[in-house]
Design a protein around this ligand. Structure first.
Ligand code: MG
Length: 379
């Protein structure tokens, strides 16, 4: 339990996981990133016992890494997947996008603990992730702050006693704006997020509330809860990380300063806790607000519920269509409200199929991307 593999090591989650791990005294045995970058080289030097993987490097950069790090270094998508299977390791998966899916499956099938920050794994292939965990005996621990909150609120409870899960949403930079107000917003406006610091895709996903939609689907699989029992509340302060309401009217909430290192650490130390980075929470004078989400300004929410209920490959297509639409928005090719419009069109044009294997999920993902690009191109 004391050895750690970090997939997506140079990203925000990966770096925070390494910081937490060093405080916990865990041994870092594997580090993976997409490219053979300077950032990965620095980590390779800082962790001389770790195996190093670049999933998709430039050939020259891969050669330079091989010269410098020898047998410790491997590259290619299979090397990334294999790193997740290091015996007895806790695997943090902070890889962005669908590339993280096979690594998640392999880690769980190998019986490892998977600290999952890669949303696509559960969204696109929830049934496969649950099967892999069951078959391999791997443990699935959420890293996302909302899901860590729900996970902690559910400990010791019977799922029959749960009335609903309530995911909190900061509301993003456009909270309070009407649909009309959102027509003209640009990428720079969306990239200024009020409370959490994140990468560009997740920041846009937070502005459209696609991110919250993806989190609803994640929660459905993680906690095996019907969509009717998962709600969203807008909570601008991001102090309450999520809540569980029980049939007797009791509510449990997970509360604290927004700091991703806290849920990351919990995923590594569960079921124990360890002294962390967070200062004692100064609650005097703190005001907490809660609002209903505006489903007309943020139609991605209802689209996510619809994709979740359609099941099969629909959530994978929702995710893929969004990824393409966000890229187009960042490049100024489409407007802000076109992001959910593209997702909706893609979902209405392609029939969802049952999720049976990774190949089927990837095919649905590719088809959704193709249709999304066509729609964007014809605008
Ligand atoms: Mg979150």
């Amino acid at each position: 339990m004391n050895s750690l593999v970090v997939l997506g090591a140079t990203g925000s989650i990966g770096r925070q996981a390494l910081e937490v791990a060093s405080r916990l005294g865990m041994e870092v045995v594997g580090l993976a990133a997409r490219s053979a970058s300077d950032g990965l080289a620095e980590l390779a030097s800082a962790y001389p016992n770790a195996r190093i993987v670049a999933a998709d490097p430039q050939p020259e950069a891969a050669d330079a890494f091989r010269t410098r790090f020898g047998d410790r270094f491997r590259h290619g998508p299979d090397a990334l997947v294999e790193l997740g299977t290091v015996e007895g390791a806790t695997v943090v998966n902070g890889v962005v996008g669908a590339a993280g899916l096979r690594a998640s499956l392999a880690a769980l099938a190998a019986g490892n603990r998977l600290a999952l920050a890669n949303k696509e794994s559960l969204v696109a292939a929830g049934p496969l992730i649950l099967e892999a965990a069951e078959a391999g005996g791997g443990e699935l621990l959420p890293v996302d702050s909302e899901h860590s909150a729900l996970f902690q609120c559910l400990i010791g409870e019977d799922s029959d006693d749960v009335l609903r899960l309530v995911l909190t949403a900061s509301g993003g930079p456009f909270r309070g704006r009407s649909r009309e107000d959102l027509v003209e917003v640009k990428a720079v406006d969306a990239l200024a997020h009020p409370t959490w610091k994140m990468g560009p895709r997740i920041t846009i996903d937070s502005a459209t509330m696609v991110n919250k939609g993806l989190e609803v689907i994640e929660a459905h699989f993680l906690f095996q809860m019907a969509y009717d029992k998962i709600d969203i509340v807008v909570h601008p302060q991001s102090i309450v990380h999520s809540l569980v309401e029980f049939v007797d009217g009791s509510l449990k909430a997970h509360v604290g300063e927004p700091d991703m290192r806290v849920p990351i650490q919990y995923a590594l130390t569960y079921p124990r806790r360890s002294v962390g980075v967070a200062d004692s929470f100064a609650m005097a004078g703190v005001t907490l607000e809660f609002f209903e989400p505006d489903r007309s300004a943020f139609p991605a929410l209802d689209l996510a519920y619809a994709a979740g209920r359609a099941a099969g490959t629909a959530p994978a297509m929702f995710n893929a269509a969004d990824e393409v639409a966000v890229e187009a928005f960042l490049e100024g090719q489409i407007g802000f409200l076109d992001i959910p419009a593209v997702i909706e069109s893609v979902l209405s044009r392609i029939e969802a199929l049952p999720v049976v294997d990774v190949g089927g999920v990837m095919a649905a993902d590719a088809e959704a991307r193709r249709v999304a690009r066509d729609l964007i191109g014809s605008r």
